[in-house]
Design a protein around this ligand. Structure first.
Ligand SMILES: Nc1ncnc2c1ncn2[C@@H]1O[C@H](COP(=O)(O)OP(=O)(O)OP(=O)(O)O)[C@@H](O)[C@H]1O
Ligand SMILES: [Mg+2]
Length: 255
């Protein structure tokens, strides 16, 4: 069975002035999978996500989401996606439930209250529903942020650094949320600088470096890019961090 990939990018380029950030990015994300886009600070992850979510125009190349070209069919793309940005978009003054109802009403969903209550239950926020977001922990805010982005059941979800700044427990909570969504058929493209996050969550991993995708595959495939460990007393598989640093040619590590 062949299905259209949820996200398909070919030869994508983008410069800010004379700073070429994306220099020909190719990527294909199968429907219903979790795909992690890795890259250092400034690699262009957010730029790529903004182009895919129609917030920014590419200079060249093509990108399609849910079968729709981002340049030619932006309205259809926007109806197919949700974006949780690098910085949480929740309103602190409102309660968790009020945030959800507000977004549902903005999207002209009829039974906004019921949709809000369903999402609160799904994300373990029912007890906190009536509290102002200002009193939430970082993990609760992130979960609320992701819950807000799911209103309207978009098939493709972009999560730009969903767990940056969260403690390990909250990160695990967000991971569980993402796994559940993918299990229900949502395609998730997440960007991260945390290599263990990609290792834990992603079906496929791509590394964006100096404007191009320099590696793309499953974790097992990426592990094969390094020579197997030779004679060692303790058998040690390369971590994704080892692979990442080797691929980007970083050799300044301390012993
Ligand atoms: N609007 C802009 N104008 C000029 N330069 C920009 C603009 N937005 C981003 N850049 C530059 O483009 C490069 C890529 O930025 P981008 O935000 O896409 O990186 P990133 O991979 O998301 O980084 P981070 O991990 O820090 O979030 C950076 O060098 C950044 O300074
Ligand atoms: Mg970014």
């Amino acid at each position: 069975m062949t299905t259209t990939p949820a996200i398909q990018i070919a030869g994508l380029t983008k410069s800010y002035g004379d700073h070429a950030v994306l220099r020909g990015v190719d990527l294909s994300v199968p429907s219903g999978t979790i795909f992690a886009l890795l890259g250092s600070n400034g690699a262009g992850k957010t730029t790529a996500v903004k182009i895919l979510s129609t917030l920014l125009k590419a200079d060249g190349g093509t990108a399609a989401v849910n079968g729709y070209d981002v340049a030619g069919r932006p309205a259809e793309v926007r109806a197919s996606i949700s974006l949780t940005g690098q910085f949480a978009a929740v309103d602190e003054i409102l309660t968790g439930r009020e945030n959800l109802v507000l977004v549902a009403e903005l999207r002209r969903i009829e039974d906004a209250g019921r949709v809000a209550d369903d999402l609160l239950a799904r994300f373990g926020l029912t007890e906190a529903a009536g509290r102002r977001v200002a009193t939430y922990s970082g993990g609760m805010r992130r979960r609320l942020d992701i819950a807000m982005s799911l209103i309207g059941d978009p098939p493709v979800l972009f999560l730009d650094e969903p767990t940056t700044g969260l403690d390990p427990q909250s990160r695990i909570e967000v991971w569980e949320t993402v796994r559940t969504l993918a299990g229900q058929g949502t395609t998730v493209l997440l960007t991260t600088q945390y290599l263990d996050e990609a290792e834990q969550l992603a079906d496929r991993i791509a590394i964006l470096h100096e404007g191009r995708i320099i590696a793309d595959g499953t974790l097992a495939e990426l592990k094969q890019l390094l020579p197997p460990t030779t004679v060692e007393y303790v058998e040690k598989q390369p971590t994704l961090e080892d692979i990442f640093l080797a691929i980007i040619g970083y050799d300044g590590r301390e012993k």
